[in-house]
Design a protein around this ligand. Structure first.
Ligand SMILES: Cc1cc2nc3c(=O)[nH]c(=O)nc-3n(C[C@H](O)[C@H](O)[C@H](O)COP(=O)(O)OP(=O)(O)OC[C@H]3O[C@@H](n4cnc5c(N)ncnc54)[C@H](O)[C@@H]3O)c2cc1C
Length: 507
């Protein structure tokens, strides 16, 4: 066994140091403080892949401005159930982070979260009618009651000077604005959570790559290679969570997990146009989400976001899709090829056959010229000039594909929890709605992995991070009070007014 190196025993091994493993690690350390928990991360530091601030858009998704959570019904009314669910899931995240801050378990909240209004943009007669119907359907819910609607050009120019000051043309437009929106640096948050886990006795191993997973009796054997020294060792554990982001599917394949035998994957990189110019940043104080073009996926929804990373402000516009065969931003060029097996090749082909509009969209995106990207930006910022904006590549999304009802479908636009071997292995596939809902997703992982322990854990978990089910038993006043208190602890002050910036139109 010299090649495998020494063996260590752990109660829990979390593969990958992203927001998901970090959240799960802290939750587990709360309910089972006596368990020995190890996190294994291949890079020099945790939170550098999808959870890193520049690899995602940093939107605290709460259903305030994203239209894909509020589809229109055939009768013209709007179904808001998904927006309410995402809103509740984000509340679980806020309450969890606030409880940890109150206890001094996390660092300063301003390092990872801040108030940035969330706005929805409806354009054209139909888009404005939809936006109004959406606002009317949501405004009586306690999580959405602060939302304002306006189609008045002066109000819009006050809210969003960069987009609407001196705007020409007579296209009908309207905007909803919620002052309780947030921007989150999930990379900083990941590292703060892992520091909290470390203080509770967990161990975070960086520069250690998991090379394979194997079931051995009642245990999992996790093979690890030290990326500095090349030395190898084995971690033996009764429970493993694969939170390796884009690296998850290959690890499940190495473990021969039967549940994913027919899953396939296809990587898509996200790109954004970015500007750091102070005069532009000063004239856009929000995150504005528009409509996805007909027939395009939810990841294509255009948005113009104010971001604050390492204390510096910038604007991002996108996303645009690009292709790279890597499954992680710092992955291998061979990742895609190595994931294709005789068992999953038909799924890859079926997904291409059954998602023609998506394939066409991706081809258009990959071949798009810089001028076409600027034209998309000018739909938001009419005066944008190419010299003010640079193209940056954000994170890799590994769209997981599977066959459902004979059709090749994409898991990647939702999140799927995979469990195997009686719940002793759990993994997360898919990327939406992502980091914002890490807490409720990890509560679901706990319920799927440890059903026999949940009766003992539930009371403690509900005090720390109430499940959606628990939250639905709150009356509206209790929900409002809980959110208000959490927001106060996190230093989230609603941004009520926007001062109009003169000269903002030159961009
Ligand atoms: C373009 C884009 C925009 C997005 N925008 C948003 C947004 O606005 N809001 C939002 O909430 N979410 C957003 N998301 C989604 C969000 O970024 C992800 O859902 C979230 O970061 C996933 O966290 P994770 O912990 O699963 O993965 P990651 O953060 O990728 O962590 C996985 C970790 O596993 C490590 N790893 C991989 N393989 C191995 C191995 N073999 N051994 C050891 N370690 C390994 C990696 O190095 C990495 O650190 C966006 C995603 C993309 C791509």
């Amino acid at each position: 066994m010299a090649r495998s190196g020494p063996s260590e025993d752990w109660d829990v091994v979390l593969i990958g140091g992203g927001i998901m493993s970090a959240t799960l690690g802290v939750l587990l350390s709360e309910v089972q403080p006596d368990w020995r928990i190890a996190v294994v991360e291949r890079l020099d530091e945790a939170g550098l892949e999808s959870s890193h601030a520049w690899n995602n858009a940093g939107t605290g998704h709460a259903g305030l401005c994203e239209f894909n959570y509020t589809p229109r019904r055939p009768d013209g009314t709007v179904d808001v159930s998904s927006a309410v669910r995402i809103g509740e899931q984000f509340v679980a995240s806020l309450l969890f982070w606030a409880r940890l801050v109150e206890r001094g378990a996390l660092g300063l909240p301003e390092a990872f979260i801040r108030s940035i209004p969330h706005l929805g943009l409806g354009r054209g007669t139909d888009g404005v009618a939809y936006l109004r119907a959406r606002w009317e359907a949501l405004r009586d819910h306690p999580l959405f009651s602060d939302q304002e609607f306006s189609a008045d050009p002066d109000v819009l120019a006050g809210w969003l000077p960069l987009m609407f000051h001196g705007r020409a043309g007579n296209e009908p437009v309207a905007v909803t604005r919620s002052a309780q929106g947030t921007d989150v640096d999930f990379g900083v948050l990941t590292r703060q959570l892992l520091s909290a886990l470390d203080r509770r006795g967990g161990v975070v191993h960086t520069r250690q790559e998991v090379t394979s997973l194997r079931r051995d009796g009642e245990s999992w054997v996790v093979r690890v290679r030290d990326r500095r020294t090349g030395s190898r060792r084995r971690l033996r554990t009764p429970y493993v969570f694969v939170g390796a982001g884009g690296g998850t599917l290959p690890l499940l394949q190495s473990a021969r997990v039967p549940e994913i035998r027919r899953y396939s994957a296809f990587p898509i990189s996200g790109q954004f146009l970015r500007t750091d110019r102070p005069e532009l940043v000063a004239a856009h104080r929000g995150k504005v989400y528009g409509h996805a073009a007909p027939g395009t996926p939810p990841i294509s929804v255009p948005h113009l976001d104010l971001r604050v990373v390492d204390g510096r402000e910038a604007l991002l516009f996108g996303p645009f899709a690009a292709f790279s065969p890597r499954f992680l931003t710092r992955g291998r060029l061979t990742d895609l090829l190595r994931s294709v097996r005789p068992s999953n090749l038909p799924v890859l082909l079926a997904a291409a056959r059954d998602n023609r509009s998506l394939v066409a969209y991706l081809l258009r995106q990959v071949t798009q010229s810089p001028a076409a990207r600027m034209a998309a930006l000018r739909r938001f910022v009419p005066s944008a000039r190419a010299d003010g904006w640079t193209l940056m590549t954000a994170g890799q999304r590994v769209q997981v594909l599977k066959k459902t009802g004979g059709r090749g479908t994409l898991v990647g636009f939702g999140t799927e929890i995979v469990t195997s071997a009686g719940g002793s292995l759990a993994a997360l596939l898919g990327a939406s709605p992502g980091a914002s809902t890490a807490v409720s997703t990890m509560l679901d992982v706990l319920a799927a992995s440890f059903p026999e322990r949940m009766p003992e854990w539930t009371e403690r978990l509900d005090r720390l991070a109430p499940s959606t089910q628990a939250m639905r038993q709150f009356d509206p006043d209790r929900l409002r009070d809980a959110v208000t208190q959490a927001r106060r602890v996190l230093g989230l002050v609603p941004v009520q007014t926007t001062v109009h910036q003169k000269g903002a139109a030159a961009s």
